[in-house]
Design a binder for this molecule. Structure first.
Ligand SMILES: Cc1cc2nc3c(=O)[nH]c(=O)nc-3n(C[C@H](O)[C@H](O)[C@H](O)COP(=O)(O)OP(=O)(O)OC[C@H]3O[C@@H](n4cnc5c(N)ncnc54)[C@H](O)[C@@H]3O)c2cc1C
Length: 477
């Protein structure tokens, strides 16, 4: 049942819904949001896409930003640029703080400026966050990998650990600096572990004088009993063999129960605990639903699953709200996985239903919608250069053929021809040669997140702050 205690936001200046044709608000510029917006390009609607980041993030390649293969620009084109030629689309930067289902309005805030966007339809595609399974304190020492900020912080921590190892004199501390622990052996964890191993064995091997980068220890830990469990037993076994051949230590059936500045503690199924001293920890396990899901559930009576995702109707809408679609990582339906294709197909499906409603006699009220049907295009994960695993239906591929398939698919989905070319060049540099074009690290990358957390999430912007592109006047001019 809807929760009567929900209080709508106070009134702010509004972007009205009715401008002569239906207004579709879209929350999020990820796969779900962007593909919904693009699918409405030819529709007789106005689209307003609101997101808290200026870019569309290609999350599957984030690990390559973290390990210096790609720049952030290659995996995160600006949404405004992507939609610049779509005349019916407006892009608004802002954190969505409320979606009022009764008033049909989305409230977003950008540096203290509140905007309320009224809608006839809303597609909510705000994705998911990182879950530390109730141990949020781990985040201080083991960043997750969900955003460009995360990837750059990890890049700083990974390359920074090698730098530290070069200057410390205590052998135990040097060993700690050269130990990398990746928590979570799903695709992201496997890809990260493989890339760090490759960095230490190939890329950095001639760059240090006091340490041998090949001494680096890369440990991949998971509570499940195998790596890449969703790929099935045979590919899972292949992936483990390939990781171990590269020198990655695979610890399965082990839970990470403590994380602090100096290391992690892992617990076996029989309760035995063991400490691994390490400077760099990477959290690639666990997904938490976006908090906006909670507010939608509260107002509509929809349920949330254990991960906090909204249980939607077969047409991806909220119960009693055929005008509210929830797509991608935010929604739960028929155990669909949290992958890009579910979000892309969900976004396109929502757009199609909106267009179809416009052709039915009483619009959204009378629409008879077909249920959302997901077409599984398979899964893939890279392990190192020239080596990957891929599965589609009954087809199983591993090694070089899987890697080529991975390369073609990922290149295809990178947005923009120029970006595809530069990515291909970078991949040549890294995979055919041993270089990494993006090894620059800064103090801000490593310390920025924690410094902001210390300031508190709601710290006010400085008055008349120069942003985004204003240059401050020199004093006295
Ligand atoms: C590291 C990593 C690797 C992955 N690898 C693969 C892979 O190889 N293959 C695969 O298929 N899938 C992969 N995935 C999963 C895939 O990326 C997601 O399933 C997909 O991105 C989900 O799309 P989405 O649109 O639901 O959410 P996202 O793509 O996460 O987009 C969410 C959007 O909502 C915005 N947003 C969130 N909250 C707010 C708010 N309050 N206000 C305004 N805007 C908000 C965000 O800024 C973002 O634009 C990976 C995910 C990660 C994190």
């Amino acid at each position: 049942m809807p929760d009567a205690s929900y209080t709508p936001e106070p009134r702010y200046p509004r972007i009205p819904a009715t401008r002569g044709r239906p207004h579709v608000a879209i929350v999020g510029s990820g796969f779900g949001g962007l593909f919904a917006a693009k699918a409405l390009a030819a529709a007789d609607v106005d689209v307003t896409l609101i997101a808290r980041t200026t870019h569309h993030l290609f999350q599957p390649l984030l690990y390559q930003v973290a390990t210096g293969i790609l720049s952030q620009g290659e995996v995160a084109p600006t949404t405004r640029e992507v939609l610049s030629r779509q005349a019916n689309a407006t892009v608004l930067l802002g954190e969505v703080t409320a979606i009022d289902l009764d008033a049909r309005a989305v409230t977003s805030v950008l540096r203290g400026v509140t905007t309320v966007t009224e809608y006839d339809y809303v597609v909510v595609a705000a994705g998911a966050g990182q879950s530390y399974f109730g141990n949020d304190r781990f985040a201080t020492f083991a960043p997750g990998m969900k955003s460009i900020d995360d990837a750059l912080e990890l890049r700083g921590r990974i390359f920074g650990a090698f730098e530290m190892a070069e200057v410390v004199t205590d052998p135990a501390e040097r060993e700690r600096q050269l130990t990398f622990v990746v928590v979570g052996a799903g695709p992201t964890g496997v890809e990260m572990a493989g890339q760090i191993a490759e960095l230490s064995r190939r890329t950095l091997r001639k760059d240090f004088r006091r340490v041998n980068s090949r001494d680096a220890r890369v440990v991949l830990v998971d509570a499940a009993d195998r790596v890449l469990p969703s790929f099935g037993h045979s590919l899972s076994g292949v992936a483990r063999e390939q990781l171990e051949a590269m020198g990655v230590e695979v610890l399965v059936s082990k839970k990470v129960v403590e994380v602090d500045e100096h290391g992690v503690e892992v617990e076996a199924a029989n309760g035995d605990r063991r400490r691994i001293a390490c400077a760099c920890k990477i959290w690639a396990a666990g997904v938490a639903g976006n908090p906006l899901g909670g507010t939608l559930a509260q107002q509509s009576g929809a349920e949330l699953d254990r991960a906090g995702r909204v249980l939607v109707e077969p047409d991806l809408t909220l119960p009693g709200h055929p005008e509210v679609f929830v797509v991608g990582d935010m929604m739960a339906l028929n155990n669909l996985p949290g992958v890009a294709q579910v979000a892309i197909q969900g976004g396109r499906y929502a757009a199609r239903q909106i267009v179809d409603d416009m052709h039915s006699p009483n619009g959204v009220e009378s629409a008879q919608r077909p249920p959302f049907v997901y077409h599984d295009k398979g899964s893939m994960a890279t392990i190192s250069r020239f080596s990957a695993v891929a599965s589609r239906g009954r087809l199983r591929l591993s090694g070089f053929p899987a890697w080529v398939a991975w390369l073609v698919v990922h290149l295809f989905y990178i947005i923009g021809f120029k970006r595809q070319i530069t990515t291909l060049v970078r991949w040549n540099v890294s995979f055919l040669g041993r270089g990494r074009a993006e090894r620059t690290i800064t103090r801000q990358q490593i310390a920025g997140r924690l410094a902001l957390e210390e300031l508190g999430g709601d710290f006010p912007p400085p008055p008349a702050a120069p942003w985004p592109d204003e240059t401050p006047e020199e004093p006295g001019t």
